[in-house]
Design a protein around this ligand. Sequence first.
Ligand SMILES: O=P(O)(O)OC[C@H]1O[C@H](OP(=O)(O)OP(=O)(O)O)[C@H](O)[C@@H]1O
Ligand SMILES: Nc1ncnc2[nH]cnc12
Length: 192
Amino acid sequence: MGRTMTETHTTGVRGDSGPEAAQLVASRILDVPDFPKPGVLFKDLMPLFADGVAFREVIDGIIAFHGPESFDVVAGIEARGFVLAAAVAYATGVGVVPVRKAGKLPRATHSASYALEYGEATLEVHQDAFTAGHRVLVLDDVLATGGTAEATLDLVERAGGTVSGFTVLLELGFLKGRERLAPRPVHALLTV
Ligand SMILES: O=P(O)(O)OC[C@H]1O[C@H](OP(=O)(O)OP(=O)(O)O)[C@H](O)[C@@H]1O
Ligand SMILES: Nc1ncnc2[nH]cnc12
């Protein structure tokens, strides 16, 4: 019983912030086969979040890549994007906006339904979440098919924000999320 977990292969890694950042992320991912459903190889980034030195390095790396003056607010995608967004917001002194799964936000929302690698979901953001024209840095842990990210970027714009950047720690390149989001740029610390 139980799943077999293996470390992600760490030679020849690549990412938009260079091989050292890519290596850092790669070395702290656990591969979990058949989660949350058979046939899916789940990339678990909890070991990276749990390592204080590595976590600080990736947060600092995200801020350095975009520049601390390039955004007015950070948006995090439920649930793992919340961890990244809160850290970047705190470090740069801006606010954080949660983009949440359906039914969690208490006031009027914009809503978008989408398919992701292993299911379907709906995301929501408060209609008054952003000051008009504010530049929004959007953060999540993984880019797979891009369904989640596409829905989120649309929601940010529908709520009056301007997407200034989108960062993930890990891009699953074979699922072509980057192509789906084009011409919007994607910043991924590690692409596998
Ligand atoms: O590119 P996609 O195919 O859309 O998949 C990427 C999304 O899937 C995961 O979230 P999940 O919906 O599992 O939510 P969770 O963080 O609440 O577990 C991940 O954190 C991304 O948000
Ligand atoms: N394979 C995967 N691992 C972790 N998060 C994901 N989100 C979508 N696909 C994923």
